[in-house]
Design a protein around this ligand. Structure first.
Ligand SMILES: *Cc1c(COP(=O)(O)O)cnc(C)c1O
Length: 489
C-alpha cells in the first residue's frame, strides 16, 4: 500500500511513498503528514478469524493488511517486544469496572505508559530499516514526561540510531526524570533544559529548522527522523489494540458480533484516537469515539463547535500533563480523511498564520458522526480516582478524565472501552493526594502511601529506579542545547 500526503504534493517530494520511506522521513510536502491511501478491512469475517489469535498474531495480520514493505522476519522480531510486557500472552489486559464499562490497560510495558505499545515495536523496525540501508539516524525528542522514557527504552543499544532527548528540568515527575537520566547506552543522550516544556519544544523546533544544524548533521552523514506520533509508524501499531479490545469483549461474551461499542480516549496529540478512527473506518463496529481532555479542552471545542482557536488560549498545567497540549498534531489526519488535501492545507495554514479556523456546518456534522468530546477538571479526576480506589481499582489522572465522558455519553445498554494510558505509579503524588494524603511530597513517599493504603504493588522497574546510578546529569540553558548534541554526535 502507498502512503500519500495530507497537504497535497509540492512537486519536489514523491507524491506516494512506501511505508518504510514514510517512517524514515515522516515529513511530507508543505509540512504535511503521511497517511495510508486506503484502509484494510476489519469486518466480521476478519474478527471471526481472529477469535483465537494471540495479540502478536492479530498484530501481524493487521500490519500485513496495510501491505507494508517490511519483511516478515523484522515484523516478528519487532512484535516479540511484547513478550517483555507483564504478561506476554496478554500484553493489554481488559478490566471490567462497571457493568457496561471496561478498561483496556495499555501500560504494561517497560515504561508504564501507553507510549510503549507503539514505540517498542516501532523502535525495532526503524533501526532494522536504517541498518538495511546503511544509514545513520538521529531521533530528537522533547518530552514532558512519557515520550522521552519510551523513546530511550526502545532505541537503547539499537544500531544506526542515536537519540537526543530533552526534558524541562523540574517539569517532570521524579519517576519520569529517573526513567530518562538513569538510562545507560552509548547511543542515548539526555539533556535537562532550564525552562518549561514549551521552551524545550520550541528550542528543539528551531534547531531542527536551522540550516547550520542541518549542515553539521550532513557533515557527519546523519539523517533526521522522528519518533512522535506524526510518524505513521507509531499510528499503525495503535490500531491493533482497538481491534483486540473488541475481540476480548466478544470472547468474554459481553457483546455479540457486530454490536457497536463506544471508545473513550484520553487525548493529547490524537494519535491514540486516530488509531481507533482508522479501525472504525476499516469496519470495526464502533458507535462513537469519545475524546476526553483536561482543562486544555481545545479538542472539546473543536468537536462540539467546529472551532480550533489557539489565540484565546494559554497552556494550563494540569494533573494529567501528557494531555497538556494545544496544537494536536494528528487532528490533521482526520481533516484529510474527511475533507481532502486542499481543504486540509487551507485549514492548517490558517492555524499557522491566524492561530485558528472554523469548520463549516456541514464539516462539523461530518466530524460529529464519529466523535463526541468532553473534559474533566483536576478536581473531578481526583474524585474519580478516589471512587474507583474505594472499589480496589487504581486509575491514573489521564485515565480518570475518561470517566466523565463515559458518564456523559454512554447509554446504560451500550458497552464502552476506556483506554488507560498510564499506570498510577507514574503519577503517584496526584493519586496519593486524591486518596487523602496531604503530606506526601516526592514520588517515593507517594508510591509508598498508595501501596500501603490500597495494598497494591509497585512494579520492579519503578522501584529499582530510585537506586539506579544517574548517568545523564547535564542541565543546560536553551542556548547550550546545540553544542551538547553536537558533542554527543
Ligand atoms: C501520550 C499520552 C496521552 C495522549 O495520547 P495521544 O495519542 O497524544 O492523544 C494520554 N495519556 C498519557 C499517559 C500519555 O502518555
Amino acid at each position: 500500500m502507498k502512503f500519500i500526503e495530507t497537504r497535497g504534493n509540492d512537486g519536489c517530494k514523491k507524491s506516494e511513498v512506501e511505508f518504510s520511506e514514510a517512517i524514515l522521513s515522516p515529513s511530507a510536502s508543505f509540512g504535511g503528514l503521511y497517511v495510508p491511501s486506503s484502509l484494510p478491512i476489519f469486518d466480521e469475517t476478519f474478527l471471526t478469524a481472529h477469535l483465537q489469535s494471540s495479540y502478536k498474531e492479530l498484530a501481524k495480520d493487521i500490519l500485513k493488511s496495510f501491505e507494508i514493505d517490511i519483511k516478515d522476519e523484522i515484523l516478528d522480531k519487532a512484535l516479540s517486544r511484547y513478550d517483555e510486557f507483564d504478561d506476554p500472552k496478554n500484553p493489554v489486559p481488559l478490566s471490567k469496572i462497571e457493568d457496561n464499562c471496561f478498561v483496556s490497560e495499555l501500560y504494561h510495558g517497560p515504561t508504564r505508559a501507553f507510549k510503549d505499545m507503539a514505540l517498542q515495536p516501532f523502535g525495532f523496525v526503524l533501526s532494522a530499516l536504517a541498518q538495511e540501508k546503511g544509514e545513520n539516524y538521529l531521533i530528537m525528542a522533547a518530552t514532558s514526561g512519557d515520550t522521552g522514557p519510551a523513546t530511550l527504552e526502545t532505541f537503547k543499544n539499537q544500531n544506526n540510531i542515536k537519540v537526543a532527548c530533552l526534558y524541562p528540568d523540574g517539569g517532570t515527575s521524579d519517576v519520569q526524570r529517573l526513567q530518562m537520566v538513569t538510562e545507560e547506552a552509548k547511543n542515548l543522550k539526555v539533556i535537562g533544559v532550564h525552562g518549561n516544556f514549551d521552551d524545550t519544544q520550541n528550542t528543539l523546533k528551531a534547531l531542527l529548522a536551522s540550516q547550520d544544524f542541518k549542515e553539521e548533521l550532513q557533515k557527519r552523514e546523519i539523517k533526521l527522523s522522528a519518533a512522535n506520533s506524526v510518524n505513521f509508524g507509531r499510528i499503525i501499531f495503535q490500531t491493533i489494540y482497538h481491534v483486540s479490545a473488541y475481540i476480548e469483549l466478544l470472547k468474554k461474551g459481553e457483546i455479540v458480533m457486530g454490536e457497536e461499542i463506544y471508545l473513550v480516549v484520553p487525548s493529547g496529540n490524537f494519535g491514540n484516537a486516530l488509531g481507533g478512527y482508522y479501525a472504525m473506518k476499516a469496519g470495526l463496529p464502533i458507535k462513537k469515539i469519545l475524546i476526553s481532555s483536561n482543562k486544555n479542552n481545545i479538542l472539546t471545542d473543536w468537536i462540539e463547535n467546529g472551532v480550533y482557536d489557539l489565540t484565546t488560549r494559554e497552556l494550563i498545567q494540569t494533573s494529567s500533563p501528557a494531555m497538556d497540549i494545544l496544537k494536536s498534531s494528528n487532528v490533521e489526519r482526520i481533516l484529510f480523511d474527511k475533507f481532502g488535501a486542499t481543504r486540509t492545507k487551507e485549514l492548517m495554514e490558517l492555524l499557522e498564520s491566524k492561530g485558528g479556523y472554523s469548520l463549516t456546518k456541514e464539516e462539523l456534522e461530518m466530524l460529529q458522526e464519529d466523535f463526541e468530546a468532553t473534559y474533566a477538571t483536576d478536581e473531578e479526576c481526583s474524585a474519580f480516582i478516589a471512587h474507583y480506589a474505594s472499589k480496589d481499582y487504581i486509575i491514573d489522572p489521564h485515565t480518570a478524565t475518561c470517566i466523565k465522558a463515559f458518564k456523559e455519553f454512554v447509554p446504560d445498554d451500550a458497552k464502552c472501552v476506556i483506554y488507560s494510558t498510564a499506570e498510577w505509579t507514574k503519577f503517584a503524588p496526584t493519586v496519593a493526594k486524591a486518596l487523602g494524603s496531604d503530606e506526601v511530597h516526592g514520588d517515593i513517599e507517594a508510591l509508598n502511601f498508595v501501596k500501603n493504603k490500597c495494598g497494591v504493588k509497585v512494579p520492579p522497574m519503578i522501584e529499582k529506579l530510585f537506586e539506579k546510578e544517574i548517568i545523564h546529569s547535564v542541565v543546560v540553558p536553551k542556548i547550550g542545547i546545540k553544542d551538547e548534541i553536537l558533542k554527543f554526535l
